[in-house]
Design a protein around this ligand. Structure first.
Ligand code: 6R9
Length: 649
């Protein structure tokens, strides 16, 4: 493959007007490497500090002492940075455009309105006994109250933990317990693609699980008015409590290293881990990346299609844009409803200038042909962005041509829940684009490729992607388990942050992410641990053993392929496949729905009993000729059996 085939040079209008052109990117990047202290001291000034930091960087990636602190003697409040400081200049500017699932529903919320409602909610949280350091779980639809709840927590120093609205009651329970949440904020129902999802009912079910009695109250937004059960003394209507509060609430002075939020994400082993993000460094980094990568200009309409349940929603729907005084669009629904042209229709309706979405959404549209966007013109678009998984060059080109009318640069942004903000991405005024490459590192980011022994590889090469030094936006720990944080990210290669991703670097120094090198799946941009799905399956009484792998999927990027060994005497029927599918959906959530289940009388194992996933991945991908060395298997004949009965996908 030639990397040089399609290079899209920087557009002149971007080079002339963007926040950074090539010379500025290079100078700033160099400064961020040579003098991180000076560089980030300067960047911290983009925020309003109650007490400005004098200690800038105090970080160690050493395996025996992982300790990351930025701006540690500074004091600030995140909500004051996202709201209060904008009131004078842009109090009447729209902060949030909300577009409902139903195309007839939308509203604009100004900075002044968002400020007032957030303060009322902050006072309401106090009335419920929530204070500095308490954790609050949010399980909400994509409605403005979700952003308000995040900001209200930050105003009083409470720590939010947002759980994606597609997760199951058990997942909610696990996270309420893990974060020790006194309060859950939810809605009666969410609405997506015309369908109602019973959020409150899920919370009710979650809170029957052992250990959830830490949670004292449930604050319920009335979104649909659908019927719900009500537990007196525990459940509180959002509007009833919030309406009567004062719209002034003094922002709590938080230390830069006080926690801002917990966000659970999947890893290769064990239960999902709650990454801990802190205050000063996170906000500095979210705001700076939002400004430079999206080249956000005053007055522009910016739309990130993610859900606030994921890190992308945290950093690039709520915190980055609002810290920058942007107008951020929040969409409740799904891109395919009521028609596949919906995304374009929303762009036209609200004159969106910057559209940040995921490759899976692009591929889903591609499947409907060139004319899928014909109901819209999308003339307002200036810039496109991609996140969540590698974007294949075909999808990139289609995105550029059909959605962006061949005039919008695409910023392919590589980053992770753990990194807090964008790490590798082009700056549209500075970086020529190569479809499929996330291109070059952001300011302050020092990527490297290492071999499996941790030796750094130079020049054009391929290896494991690591980051060599700290940056302000990164997670500081795993909530309640620093040892696991060290183990997961800093023990594979001493002194380096290990991303879990494989990557290629070309002769121009461009980075091409090749995907996870661990047992983490990326299905439609959603991260899932194979171990999580396996442990769900083996909890079913019919299942003796299960192995889960990813396989290439045209739209989702990766699909979920499951090999199941049944207990003796259980019939392998299609009904049972359906039942197992439902089981996983119910246990984890619909995003974990298996695409393929194959009955496996035996699984390929080493003599020490370790499942050889490499082989299972090959069979799932229908690459049965290149299975490699199977000589270490305890019983090589199981492989032939699996190939012979390979499931039709
Ligand atoms: C922001 C987010 C992180 C994993 C990451 C990588 C994959 C994300 C990507 C990308 C290639 C991109 N990933 N962006 N791969 N190109 N532009 O997605 O966070 O949900 O934690 O997922 O997603 O594999 O390691 P998260």
């Amino acid at each position: 493959m030639s990397d040089q085939q399609n290079v899209y040079p920087v557009r002149d209008d971007f080079a002339a007007n963007a926040w950074a052109d090539k010379a500025k990117y290079e100078a700033m990047y160099q400064q961020s490497m040579d003098d991180p202290e000076g560089f980030w001291a300067e960047q911290a000034k983009r925020l309003d500090w109650i007490k400005a930091p004098t200690k800038i960087k105090n970080t160690s990636f050493a395996r025996d002492n992982v300790d990351i602190r930025w701006f540690e003697d500074g004091l600030l409040n995140v909500s004051a940075n996202c709201l209060d400081r904008h009131l004078e200049k842009r109090g009447d500017q729209t902060a949030i455009i909300w577009e409902g699932d139903n195309p007839d529903d939308s509203k604009h919320i100004t900075y002044r309105e968002l400020y007032a409602r957030t303060n009322q909610l902050a006072n309401a949280l106090k009335e419920l006994g929530i204070g500095k350091g308490d954790t609050v779980t949010l399980y909400m639809p994509m409605i403005p109250e979700a952003a308000m709840a995040m900001l209200a927590c930050s105003r009083i120093g409470a720590v939010h933990s947002v759980v994606f609205g597609g997760f199951s009651p058990d997942a909610v329970a696990q996270r309420v317990i893990g974060a020790d949440s006194k309060l859950v904020i939810t809605a009666d129902e969410s609405v997506r693609g015309g369908k109602h999802v019973p959020l409150k009912e899920n919370v009710d079910a979650a809170l029957t699980r052992d250990g959830t009695d830490v949670c004292k109250n449930v604050l319920v937004v009335k979104r649909t008015g659908g019927e719900i059960d009500w537990k007196e003394g525990r459940d509180v209507w959002f509007d009833e409590l919030v309406d009567k509060q004062s719209s002034e609430c003094e922002p709590e002075a938080m230390g830069a290293e006080d926690p801002l939020f917990i966000l659970y994400t999947s890893g290769s082993t064990g239960a999902p881990k709650g990454l801990k993000h802190t205050t000063g460094g996170y906000l500095t980094y979210a705001a700076m990346t939002h400004q430079y990568v999206f080249d956000y200009q005053e007055g522009e309409i910016y739309w990130c299609t993610a859900d606030v349940g994921w890190v992308t929603g945290h950093s690039y729907i709520v915190y980055g844009p609002l810290a920058n005084g942007a107008t951020t669009l929040m969409f409740e629904g799904v891109p395919s409803y009521p028609t596949h042209g919906r995304m374009g229709d929303i762009v036209d309706k609200h004159n969106v200038n910057i559209l940040y979405t995921a490759p899976t959404a692009v591929r889903a549209l591609m499947a409907h042909g060139e004319n899928v966007m014909d109901s819209s013109k999308r003339d307002s678009l200036r810039l496109l962005g991609s996140v969540g998984e590698p974007i294949n060059p075909e999808a990139w080109e289609w995105f550029y041509r059909v959605i962006g009318n061949e005039k919008c640069p695409i910023v392919d942004t590589w980053w992770q829940t753990e990194t807090g903000g964008i790490m590798i991405a082009p700056l549209p005024g500075a970086t020529p684009l190569k479809p499929g490459s996330a291109t070059v590192p952001f300011f302050g980011v020092k990527p490297a490729l290492v071999d499996n022994e941790g030796k750094q590889l130079e020049g054009a090469t391929e290896g494991n992607l690591v980051i060599l030094d700290a940056w302000p936006g990164q997670a500081r720990s795993i909530w309640g388990d620093h040892e696991r944080f060290v183990q997961t990210y800093f023990s594979t290669y001493d002194g380096m942050y290990f991303t879990g991703d494989g990557c290629r670097r070309d002769e121009d120094g461009y980075y091409w992410i090749t995907g996870r090198v661990d047992d983490v799946l990326n299905v439609s941009g959603h991260r899932m641990g194979t171990a999580e799905i396996e442990s769900s399956l083996v909890a079913h009484s019919a299942v003796a053993e299960a192995a889960v792998v990813g396989f290439p999927h045209d739209i989702k990027g990766q699909g979920i392929y499951i090999y199941v060994t049944l207990n003796d005497g259980i019939d392998p029927t299609d009904e049972l496949k359906k039942e197992l599918t439902q089981w996983v959906r119910k246990d984890i959530g619909p995003i974990a729905s298996p695409d393929v289940i194959q009955w496996a009388p035996g699984l390929p194992k080493t003599r020490s009993g370790k499942i050889m996933r490499r082989i299972l991945r090959k069979i799932a991908a229908n690459e049965c000729d290149g299975l490699g060395d199977t000589s270490t298997l305890a019983d090589p004949s199981v492989v032939d059996e699996l190939i012979e009965h390979r499931a039709n996908q």
